[in-house]
Design a protein around this ligand. Sequence first.
Ligand SMILES: CC(C)(COP(=O)(O)OP(=O)(O)OC[C@H]1O[C@@H](n2cnc3c(N)ncnc32)[C@H](O)[C@@H]1OP(=O)(O)O)[C@@H](O)C(=O)NCCC(=O)NCCS
Length: 334
Amino acid sequence: MHEIIADIRRRAATLDKRIALPETDDARTLQAARQAADGGLGHPVLVGSPEQISYRAEQAGLDVSDLETVDPLDTRVREDCAAVYLEARQSKGATEEEAYEQVADPMVTAACLLRSGKAEGSVAGAVHSTAETLRPLLRVVGLEKGISVVSSCFIMTTPQVAMGEKGVFIFADAGVVPQPTAEQLADIAIVTAHSARLYLDCEPRVAMLSFSTKGSACHSDVDKVVEATGLAQAKAPELLIEGELQGDAAVVPAVATSKAPGDKLQGRANVLIFPDLDAGNIAYKLVQRLTGGEAYGPLVQGLARAGMDLSRGSTAEEIANVMAISALRAEALG
Ligand SMILES: CC(C)(COP(=O)(O)OP(=O)(O)OC[C@H]1O[C@@H](n2cnc3c(N)ncnc32)[C@H](O)[C@@H]1OP(=O)(O)O)[C@@H](O)C(=O)NCCC(=O)NCCS
């Protein structure tokens, strides 16, 4: 386990946050809940049918009988969650009947627990796709104040310890928004800077990436990154955000000196913001595979509460890691 993740787990252990887990039909999720409870990473809240949970736990050779369970089909739970759902969705035309139907789904129940504060974080996505995981969160939980878009970042560890934050970077967006507008890209840069501060415990140095460095190429895609850089700088003047920069000018000081003299980052970026999902997703997978580094994510950002997505290949340990990350995010969101 990389030191960054060990540090996140240590910090989460001091917080004791309530983390909802709606994929309780999945043995890895139950194992992660057990690990998190035993390791003090947080307080797991199992969302699902108690009978099914004990059946699945028994099959996996686990005892989770001491863990808190919320049954979406319990009448009281269902009525409470339906009221929360309605509060979130009435303005979009949701009816009482629809709300009552929707909250029978544990993924929606978990989103309602988050919105109402009965859970401080949630973790799912080991079974459901990113789209299936994010939709209930987008609909019920909504956006962080002042932020226009939900996105995701990856913590990338590399052997290049002279680069980034001792070889560690945050990449975004690599998982959610296919073609962000300039305004959305600016917000992605700002929330990712906050994620870097939270997860890496460092001062973020943000590079807005492009195939152009400071006017070296002309194209509407470049214009978008230039505009996003200006918007992000104006909206968050306290953050160090530079662009537009090519990848090498962002992370190699010698290249920055020659291609972007006067640039405040000087090739020392630890946060890389990609112009679209193609670039971000391809980059994170190639960096992971070509450098033998690790990629932790997608870590959802921009939501009003600490809802988190998982990769479907996640192991129990990785799910427990994301529970710890959710706990940190919950603490930061207050
Ligand atoms: C995130 C995602 C699921 C949203 O899908 P969608 O079809 O737009 O979702 P919905 O239409 O159900 O949207 C629900 C609400 O959230 C809003 N919304 C959608 N995406 C949003 C985002 N990224 N940020 C903020 N709000 C968003 C919608 O406008 C809608 O609002 P409303 O209901 O209040 O009008 C979609 O962008 C997606 O699939 N992204 C790619 C994810 C993916 O496949 N990743 C794998 C590669 S790693």
